[in-house]
Design a protein around this ligand. Structure first.
Ligand SMILES: *[C@@H]1O[C@H](CO)[C@@H](O)[C@H](O)[C@H]1NC(C)=O
Ligand SMILES: *[C@@H]1O[C@H](CO)[C@@H](O)[C@H](O)[C@H]1NC(C)=O
Ligand SMILES: *[C@@H]1O[C@H](CO)[C@@H](O)[C@H](O)[C@H]1NC(C)=O
Ligand SMILES: *[C@@H]1O[C@H](CO)[C@@H](O)[C@H](O)[C@H]1NC(C)=O
Ligand SMILES: *[C@@H]1O[C@H](CO)[C@@H](O)[C@H](O)[C@H]1NC(C)=O
Ligand SMILES: *[C@@H]1O[C@H](CO)[C@@H](O)[C@H](O)[C@H]1NC(C)=O
Ligand SMILES: *[C@@H]1O[C@H](CO)[C@@H](O)[C@H](O)[C@H]1NC(C)=O
Ligand SMILES: *[C@@H]1O[C@H](CO)[C@@H](O)[C@H](O)[C@H]1NC(C)=O
Ligand SMILES: *[C@@H]1O[C@H](CO)[C@@H](O)[C@H](O)[C@H]1NC(C)=O
Ligand SMILES: *[C@H]1O[C@@H](CO)[C@H](O)[C@@H](O)[C@@H]1NC(C)=O
Length: 778
């Protein structure tokens, strides 16, 4: 018997039934939901480097949770997640706030069990081997068998609510020399960047231990990323209270590997607290409440969300119920298990962000470093998510949309601007443009109410009219440190001087010019929804400024300098190139087609884009491009490309996301595409029809009594559309209005194995009244 087999045999004796690879115990499959069973939280965690991976972690938490819990296999920082497929040891269970691989962590807490003659508190020493073949990871429950020594192990189980982690450790000691203990880490030395592993810093945190209440409480002021944002948030910290169900035998604090036996309070760097349990203790439950406000609030969160006496099974059931409530809204027919794993894991990903930031109706704001009344959200990469992720949330989490917008408006009041990439408690200035404008426009257009319309107008109008500090001289390069709010850097040069963002003054100039034109369209759409006719006219006009960087001589969008000269085809782009960005005009596709030479030329240009390998679905600027064929009378080519991308860029393995998940946008593309339509211009109510993937999809939209049924018999094998009827009315148009299905109904596709002429007469029929010019502004 090999060492490994012996270990497995031991595990089997103690935890029979759990040795079957990846079997979820029945107690953790309540309520029953096949859709939740199809979620594989490992999808998106693999990949050979962060740029080619989803950057996701197998975390346990309910939708939009403030904190997600994950087995920690390595230290996380900007560009590194806390769990990695290649690792063999677990160093604890982390309550993480890191929303995406590109962003920094802040205010986290780690809880690590141990079994031994001495307490291993240091990260490097406390890691325990585990075998991924008997690890269980679901949306609501995670478990792993941690190997201590031959014959001894710890079975670790995890669930969580939004602000409380629930861990259960079952200690199996081969003899009485091994003492069960748990370490709770407040602070660590963290890497300041990925380039230099030696460049670390360690903030001073706090640990207090109270044996009477069986609690370890603490404070962790770690805040990565802060240097790139304008808000120092001086008093920021993550607070926590870990409450155990088992009395302590002894306790102490630790600074890295050094133990301070019997000490009950300390402020220090690389700081932990530890508690030992009586020899022979088998099961220890610990619940860890977290807060951005205070230790007291962390304790209240604990008592509110997982009161004393609640079992891990009950916590997991509550969290699984929350997932089932969402995922069971869509039923697929004609989808394989492989398809369902991609689909429902994608759905799971789209409802993880943004994260709840408020606690009991109060929240800490890093913008003004103080506590406010209200509901708040954080953790959104708006440059990514305004595209389709937000449209998906408007459909499937409508109850959250007004509070999310109200939260952005609070950010505006406290920090002066709507967010761009708000990470944890404040802005980070990452990526370009003010696409929050589009999120507000889309919500208004799709009928969301319950937020302050005047304030919303003030905020988007400021985005569109007030340049950032030092606009004439500060470059606002990607992740530039020690600058103010970036917002529309270069705005002053676009409208008062050149008509474009000058490449010799600002970074990412050409991408910015295009983005600001779109954002102007979003502001137009807000003005239109608010009956501000003159403002609407003005911003609609400005939204055409994308034309200023079209170089007629080369046939591409190109960056320009202040003097009007072309800066070169490879200059001025952010996360894309002249190919992707020449198609970056979703607010006026007919205008773009004209500019590029008409339908036929445009279709040929799209063909070159795909055939020559320029489409890069791993990043957002390409996401809408396959759908553009439908605007030029070549819907069948859109159908081909969409199906091809779904095949090549998504699968059900850890490396199944070809690009970064980017807070749900990568999956939102798949989900909408699978249903058969996509919001190419999110500042509108129009979706572009693609090619539905499945025979039949039944959707129960929240708050809507009638189901939405999308029928496409034969779709798995037949990718082309022969005809479309919506509630019995024939449509020859590859465009669907939000109101055509938002109240339920039947969308029926007839599919074909061969390309058809359907969808070549588009722009006329999307405008059935034949009057309003605005419907042509697709
Ligand atoms: C996982 O770890 C391996 C080995 O250190 C590394 O090459 C890879 O980039 C990591 N994956 C991600 C997504 O960070
Ligand atoms: C990975 O992505 C980051 C952020 O977008 C970028 O700065 C970096 O250059 C990329 N690295 C590679 C090798 O593509
Ligand atoms: C993990 O368990 C599997 C299945 O029991 C076994 O084949 C494999 O060798 C184990 N791996 C390690 C690293 O122990
Ligand atoms: C360490 O990182 C900080 C923050 O990014 C940077 O300012 C500093 O120059 C780095 N120092 C070294 C020695 O790499
Ligand atoms: C912490 O302790 C571990 C284990 O002794 C050691 O490897 C590591 O270098 C220490 N870290 C610091 C920052 O001293
Ligand atoms: C830790 O720091 C806080 C705040 O300065 C202080 O109130 C507390 O007494 C300190 N605790 C210890 C054990 O030094
Ligand atoms: C805009 O005008 C329309 C038509 O008069 C009206 O129904 C709507 O309530 C107005 N909207 C706002 C926000 O004032
Ligand atoms: C662009 O070039 C074409 C032919 O090369 C010409 O017909 C057209 O007028 C030019 N358009 C502009 C705006 O210069
Ligand atoms: C381009 O194609 C669209 C979609 O079929 C059509 O509505 C439009 O009239 C065409 N434009 C021209 C100039 O033919
Ligand atoms: C998914 O499958 C694995 C294993 O076959 C491949 O290694 C990945 O490249 C693939 N990922 C994508 C996005 O297709």
């Amino acid at each position: 018997m090999s060492w490994t087999k012996l270990w497995i045999a031991t595990a089997c004796l103690c935890f029979c039934g759990l040795c079957v690879a990846n079997e979820v115990p029945d107690a953790f499959r309540v309520p029953l939901s096949e859709n939740v069973d199809h979620v594989n939280p490992m999808i998106g965690n693999g990949g050979w480097d962060p740029n080619n991976s989803g950057g996701m972690i197998p975390s346990t938490a309910p939708p939009f949770a403030m904190t997600r819990w994950v087995a920690q296999t390595r230290q996380n920082y900007v560009s590194m997640t806390p769990y990695n497929q290649t690792d063999t040891k677990i160093h604890g269970f982390q309550g993480t706030h890191q929303p995406a691989i590109w962003m920094g962590e802040s205010g986290q807490v780690v809880v690590c069990p141990g079994l031994g003659t001495k307490v291993n508190a240091a990260f490097e020493e406390r890691g325990l081997r585990f075998n991924r073949s008997n690890e269980v990871s679901t949306a609501s429950y995670y478990s792993a068998l941690l190997e201590v020594d031959v014959g001894s192990n710890i079975f670790a189980e995890q669930s969580a609510t939004s602000r409380v982690g629930h861990l259960r450790f079952t200690f199996d000691a081969k003899d009485s020399s091994l003492i069960p203990y748990v370490v709770v880490q407040a602070t660590r030395a963290f890497r300041l960047g990925s380039s230099n592993p030696e460049n670390t810093t360690s903030p001073i945190g706090t640990i207090t231990i109270n044996p009477a209440s069986r609690e370890i409480a603490g404070r962790n002021p770690e805040r990565q990323d802060f240097i790139i944002g304008p808000s120092p948030a001086h008093s920021f910290a993550g607070y926590f209270v870990a409450r155990f169900d088992t009395p302590f035998e002894s306790f102490g604090t630790a600074t890295n590997a050094t133990l301070h036996e019997g000490e009950s309070a300390r402020n220090d760097t690389i700081l932990s607290g530890y508690v030992r349990f009586p020899v022979g203790t088998t099961v220890v439950n610990v619940r860890i409440g977290v807060s951005y406000i205070s230790v007291e609030q962390a304790r209240r969160n604990l008592d509110n969300e997982i009161p004393d006496g609640r079992s891990l099974e009950s916590t997991a059931e509550q969290t699984r119920t929350a997932w089932a409530e969402k995922l069971d809204r869509i039923q697929l027919e004609g989808a394989t298990d492989f398809d369902k794993r991609i689909f429902y894991t994608g759905f799971f990903h789209t409802l993880q962000y943004p994260n709840e930031q408020s606690e009991d109706g109060r929240y800490y704001s890093g913008y003004d470093d103080s506590i406010h009344q209200g509901e708040s959200y954080t953790g959104y990469s708006i440059w990514d998510t305004y595209r389709a992720e937000w449209a998906w949330q408007i459909l499937f989490a409508p109850e959250r949309i007004a509070p999310m917008i109200t939260s952005m408006l609070q950010d505006f009041q406290e920090g002066g601007w709507l967010p761009m990439w708000k990470n944890i408690v404040a802005e980070t200035n990452i990526m370009i443009g003010t696409d929050a404008d589009s999120m507000i426009a889309e919500a208004l257009i799709k009928g969301v109410t319950g937020f302050d319309l005047d304030l919303a107008w003030t905020a988007v109008h400021k985005d569109a009219t007030v340049p950032p500090e030092g606009d004439a001289t500060i470059e606002y390069d990607d992740r530039q440190e020690n600058v103010g709010y970036e917002v529309r850097a270069g705005l002053s040069s676009v409208y008062s001087q050149y008509g474009w963002v000058a490449d010799d003054i600002h970074s990412e100039s050409a991408s910015r010019t295009l983005r600001y034109a779109f954002d102007d369209y979003a502001v137009y759409a807000v003005a239109e929804a608010l009956n501000r006719t003159e403002d609407a006219q003005y911003f609609l006009e400005r939204s055409k400024s994308y034309r200023t960087i079209y170089n007629n001589a080369t046939g591409f969008m190109e960056a320009r300098n202040a003097d009007g000269s072309w800066a070169g085809p490879d200059r001025g782009w952010t996360e894309g190139d002249k190919w992707a960005y020449t198609f970056d005009v979703v607010q006026d596709v007919p205008g773009l087609i004209d500019l590029l030479g008409g339908n036929e030329t445009f279709v040929k240009f799209l063909d070159r884009h795909f055939l020559e390998g320029h489409n890069d679905h791993t990043n957002e600027p390409s996401h809408h491009i396959p759908y553009l064929y439908s605007f030029a009378g070549a819907a069948f080519k859109a159908q081909e490309r969409i199906r091809q991308i779904a095949r090549t860029d998504y699968n059900d393995t850890a490396s199944g996301l070809a690009g970064n998940e980017d807070c749900g946008q990568m999956s939102a593309w798949y989900l909408f595409s699978a249903l058969g339509f996509y919001p190419v211009n999110p500042s509108s109510d129009i979706y572009v029809v693609g090619s539905p993937f499945f025979d039949k999809v039944t959707i129960n939209l929240p708050g809507v009594t009638k189901p939405l049924i999308i029928q496409a018999p034969g779709a798995p094998g037949n990718i082309y559309i022969d005809s479309l009827t919506i509630d019995g009315i024939v449509s020859d148009s590859p465009f669907i209005r939000h109101e055509q299905f938002a109240k339920g109904g039947v969308v029926e596709f007839k599919m074909s194995p061969e390309p058809t002429a359907w969808g070549s007469d588009a722009v006329d029929s999307v405008n059935p009244e034949g009057t309003s010019q605005k419907h042509l502004e697709l």
